[in-house]
Write a protein that binds this ligand. Structure first.
Ligand code: SAM
Ligand code: SF4
Length: 347
């Protein structure tokens, strides 16, 4: 299948249901032959919603005073790690707002060492931009995958969805991906889909950016508006939710064809639009899913977008619902396996 820029744009604009089904089936076959048919689970802990940044789309941005700030104690993170391990997940993700204070950095380092001492879990971090020394410190302490979305690979669009200052620089974001590679991580990035001002050409360029950066993992999902954020004023410019989900599944399928052996996540934002949104992405090429293990008491405060699924649920409920949906769709789970990026191991 031709996958140059023009072909990617026309696949993103395709409206013929039969051709789209054919694309998804082809992406699924490519996944099975390159990385197998299993989906790998990573238990997600949203460790803190304290953030030094002010991204114009995000509900936990620094200036949203309606958000009550929290930080989960190390003991509670260890309890979640124990849950993940005993649930057979083999991996966990620690995600949170961007913090560069030494106290927080030390807390993560200590947690990584303790988790690795107690359980053979694979650990992914998603804690924003950090100096390369911090990436190295965390890698040495036991993390081996890092997710940092570029959000949009088109600098002009990136600037429209972030404040114009040094803390939100496109150049720094790209450099961070290079630093993560140099520090030894399996590097994951991704974009939001259905942003105001975003076109099919921007999305095609995002796919080509992933390829050019030779990434190991990707997490993409629909942009979902939040009324307490500056980007909300442009909500009349975005496609409806169904279209945003459809475009997200299309992006997953095209990326699978472009980069057959990377790990691609089916994301929570897809589930926010359709309870089976993540499963649809899996059938179009995704192979990683991150059930939320965050304590129910604080979930409401990690609303990067509104109507996030699973608010009020605890880890046991979110996990069993996820497992039930996967089994209904006859999607096999890679129990007890890290499911690392094959692309990374081949490099
Ligand atoms: N602070 C870290 C960072 O930004 O890389 C990690 C946590 S941040 C909440 C994780 C991701 O949430 C971001 O990369 C962004 O793509 C996504 N996100 C934030 N606001 C969103 C929104 N309104 N709709 C969809 N995704 C959103
Ligand atoms: Fe902070 Fe990440 Fe939200 Fe930006 S997207 S405001 S860095 S949590």
């Amino acid at each position: 299948m031709k996958l140059d820029r023009e072909s990617l744009i026309s696949w993103l604009e395709e409206r013929n249901p039969e051709r789209i089904e054919h694309l998804y089936a082809e992406a699924y076959r490519t996944k099975v032959s390159a990385v197998g048919d299993k989906v790998y689970l990573r238990g997600l802990v949203e460790i803190s919603n304290i953030c030094r940044k002010n991204c114009l789309y995000c509900g936990i941005r620094r200036d949203n005073s309606a958000t009550v700030r929290y930080e989960i104690s190390s003991d509670d993170v260890l309890r979640s790690a124990d849950f993940a391990y005993h649930a057979g997940y083999a991996s966990m993700v620690i995600q949170g707002g961007e913090r560069t204070d030494r106290k927080f950095i030390d807390k993560i380092t200590g947690l990584l060492k303790e988790i690795k001492r107690r359980w053979p879990l694979g650990i992914t971090l998603s804690l924003g931009e950090q100096p390369i020394e911090v990436y190295r410190e965390w890698f040495e302490a036991g993390a081996h995958r890092y997710l940092l979305r570029i959000e949009s690979s088109t600098e002009e669009l990136y600037r429209k969805i972030h404040p114009e200052d040094d803390v939100h620089s496109y150049e720094t974001r790209v450099q961070a991906l290079k630093d993560l590679r140099a520090a030894g991580y399996q590097v994951g990035t991704g974009v939001m889909i259905g942003l105001p001002f975003q076109t099919a050409a921007h999305l095609a360029d995002d796919l080509l950016f992933f390829k050019a950066m030779d990434i190991d993992m990707c997490g993409m999902g629909p942009y979902l508006e939040h009324s307490e954020t500056p980007l909300y004023v442009w909500r009349h410019l975005i496609p409806d939710q169904r279209e945003r989900l459809e475009m997200s599944v299309r992006m997953v399928a095209l990326l699978r064809l472009l980069m057959p052996d990377i790990n691609i996540a089916a994301t929570t934002a897809m589930q926010a639009i359709d309870p089976y949104g993540r499963e649809r992405a899996i059938l179009a090429g995704a192979n990683v899913l991150m059930p939320n293990l965050t304590l129910s008491e604080v979930r409401e405060e990690y609303q990067i977008y509104q109507n996030k699924p699973g608010i009020g649920e605890d880890a046991a409920i979110s996990s069993s619902k996820t497992e039930q949906r996967l089994s209904e769709m006859k999607i096999p789970i890679g129990w007890g396996q890290w499911g690392d990026s094959k692309h990374y191991s081949k490099r």
